[in-house]
Write a protein of this length. Structure first.
Length: 217
């Protein structure tokens, strides 16, 4: 991956597009368990300890309280990369959050697949969202990401709505993930159907609008 978006601007209450992919574009989610483990780490760090069903055995909390510092608006996990849209409530929360998430997942992945070394292609990229238009089109871009897996399918939008490793189902009212904060985005839409129509409108080109805010090829 090039150095685009490698230089980060950290501000309190800033909203960011965070993304990264596997080193040499390698697959980082090889099976269902891999996806679920990454989501488990998101849930663990974004849920207050007192509300967790079982204290994780392999995560060191150190009173990080990231659930009070990070709001995750939306996400999508793809075979060789991931996208997150987050709001940090302190000026450096993202640094700690991403270090813990990527280190925990890399440790899991390397142990499972008997490998060593870095899993991700350099440090994560974090782009500050500083325009209202970007704020609306970034979740659309993230939620449409899995379409590339179904581009030759006649029912690709149905499959998009059922894709389990994205927060799109939360925005459609099919799921209610307590650590996904959708209210700020959904405040711009009448209801879930209006958001769905916006996401699935093929006449809109969010990548063109977002420009350098997206993952490069």
């Amino acid at each position: 991956m090039s150095s685009k978006n490698a230089i980060k601007i950290y501000i309190k209450d800033g909203i960011y597009h965070i993304y990264n992919r596997g080193v040499e574009k390698r697959i980082i989610f090889l099976d269902e368990q891999d996806y679920r483990i990454f989501l488990y780490y998101l849930k663990t760090y974004l849920t207050p300890i007192e509300f967790q069903d079982k204290p994780p055995k392999n995560i060191k909390y150190l009173k990080h309280e990231l659930d009070k510092k990070i709001k995750l608006f939306c996400y999508c996990l793809m075979p060789n990369h991931f996208h997150l849209m987050v709001k940090q409530l302190t000026d450096r929360a993202i640094v700690e959050f991403m270090k813990r998430i990527t280190n925990a997942y890399t440790e899991y992945f390397n142990k499972k697949y008997e490998r060593v070394g870095g899993l991700f292609q350099g440090c994560y990229k974090a782009v500050l969202i500083d325009k209202e238009n970007y704020f609306l089109h970034l979740p659309r871009y993230i939620h449409r990401n899995s379409l590339e897996l179904f581009e030759n399918s006649k029912d690709k939008f149905e499959k998009l709505r059922e894709y389990p490793y994205s927060s799109y189902q939360d925005y459609l009212g099919k799921r209610n993930t307590h650590w996904v904060y959708k209210d700020e985005i959904m405040g711009y839409f009448k209801d879930e159907k209006a958001y769905q129509d916006f996401v699935e409108d093929c006449a809109i080109n969010s990548e063109q609008i977002l420009g350098d805010l997206t993952l490069e090829g």
